[in-house]
Ligand binder design. Structure first.
Ligand code: PHE
Length: 456
């Protein structure tokens, strides 16, 4: 079979839509607000933004550079750079990790994406109207207890992702982000406006931006770093593969800054869509993962008729954000299969999707039938983690960070400096030197420290 031709984004702007689409996801809208609430607000936000600046942007630049300079999907890209720079052959393993981590993430991400579809439809149909005390918690639990529902929605989520990715870069990915990203921004702005008019905006502002420095602990830094990596899609092949579709005339540093700014902005906006109404209605704001799925339906219900519409819009927003992320998680493997000439793109998407679906079933069953199965429970680090817990912990907390650490070392120490200089397009300027120093020393040491803390 002929290897597929490598495509390119139509413009820098479409790249930005797609990369921001990858970055903006459940991590921003579902996870960010509750992690902020659980970690005491302002202090967490401050550390989070600092980590995005010092670690996030330099790593985004590094991953984009690897993709763009080789014009290859992650595995081939890392292998080619390893060869070209006469680096130690073991670096090839990093390429494998970049290929497999997104698949691991996709297994649990698709399940949660499925919840959002269930809720968007449920809200639209009025299933969340007239909630009595405890109803919304019970309804969320019912979904978790139902293997059929969870698998059904997960299948739909994977099906949509496969259908988009199978169509290729231009008619699949680009078309999708061109429609969904503007829709996402419009919905988010409507929700923020509504929340700031009817809710307690001042308190939310103070909550998110007044740091209580006494709350800063090593655990908080760790949580903030994990959230930043996940939210920026780092260490997962998504940014690298999107970078490989960039043409030479586009500035990598500018794109990296654009992605980081937009992603952080959306995370903060999600906070301003949620906290004002949560505060105004006096429900518990530190409700953990249930903040969006248990607390918000109560608030929407209390709003009366209009709440049903805003509720549906909110979960639609989540579903859109999820799709533009799942396509970026499937793309690295599909690009690998089709550009190495193994399968045509359509088959590659279907086969990969089927594999994820199979593992996803176990993730879906982890909240009901297989709830108390702890596959690696005999290892202290994995104690109390069921199948979903193990996959999520390994993919998001271990391998994303490890990939970030290794990619910084690879770019900072192993790749030829002439390649990095050329790709950054900054000349031998101060900004280049700062970036280079960050990837050589600060990022690896910082991530190693965080990593040590997570794993040990
Ligand atoms: N960044 C996405 C989010 O915030 C998740 C993601 C991680 C997407 C890794 C692609 C790669 O939800």
């Amino acid at each position: 079979m002929q290897p597929a031709k490598h495509e390119h984004w139509s413009s820098g702007f479409t790249f930005l839509l797609a990369a921001v689409g990858s970055a903006v996801g459940l991590g921003n809208i579902w996870r960010f607000p509750y992690v902020v609430a659980e970690n005491g607000g302002g202090a967490f936000v401050l550390i989070y933004l600092a980590i995005v600046l010092v670690f996030g942007i330099p790593l985004l630049m590094s991953e984009l550079m690897i993709g763009r300079s080789t014009q290859k999907p992650p595995l081939m890209a890392v292998q080619q750079l390893t060869k070209g720079s006469k680096a130690q052959r073991l670096w090839g393993l990093l390429g494998w990790s970049y290929l497999l981590v997104p698949l691991g993430i996709l297994t649990f991400y698709s399940v949660v994406a499925g919840w959002t579809i269930d809720y968007a439809i449920g809200m639209g149909l009025g299933s969340f109207n007239d909630l009595q005390d405890g109803d919304s918690a019970r309804m969320f639990q019912e979904l978790q207890d139902s293997p059929v529902k969870l698998i059904f929605w997960m299948t739909l989520s994977i099906g949509i992702t496969v259908a988009i990715v199978a169509r290729g870069l231009k008619s699949g990915l680009e078309t999708t982000v061109k429609i969904l990203m503007p829709a996402l921004f419009v919905i988010l702005i409507i929700l923020v406006l509504y929340a700031s008019i009817t809710g307690d905006f001042a308190r939310s502002f103070a909550f998110m931006f007044t740091p209580d420095f006494s709350k800063i602990t090593p655990e908080l830094v760790l949580m903030a770093a994990g959230q930043a990596f996940f939210s920026l899609s780092l260490g997962s092949g998504a940014i690298m593969v999107y970078g490989s579709y960039l043409t030479r005339d586009i500035s990598i540093p500018k794109m990296a800054v654009g992605v980081a700014l937009a992603d952080s902005f959306v995370a903060l906006l999600a906070g301003f869509a949620i906290f004002p109404i949560v505060f105004a209605f006096g429900v518990d704001h530190a409700a953990g993962p249930g903040l969006v799925f248990v607390t918000l339906p109560i608030v929407f219900n209390d709003m009366g008729g209009i709440g049903q519409i805003f509720g549906m819009l909110f979960f639609l927003l989540l579903a859109f954000a999820a799709v533009t992320s799942t396509i970026s998680l499937l793309e690295p493997m599909v690009a690998q299969f089709s550009e190495s000439g193994k399968f045509k793109r359509v088959r590659a998407a279907i086969y990969t999707g089927a594999g994820i679906w199979f593992v996803g079933i176990f993730v879906a069953l982890s909240s009901n039938i297989l709830k108390d199965v702890y596959p690696l429970g005999f290892i202290p680090l994995f104690e109390g983690k069921n199948i979903a817990g193990v996959i999520e912990f390994l993919a998001a907390n271990v391998f994303m960070l490890l990939n970030g650490l290794l990619v910084a070392l690879f770019v900072g120490w192993s790749i030829k400096r002439s390649v990095t200089l050329e790709e950054m397009g900054l000349g031998d300027s101060v900004i280049f030197k700062i970036w280079f120093m960050l990837v050589r020393f600060v990022v690896p040491l910082g991530v190693a420290f965080i990593f040590y803390d997570v794993v040990m």
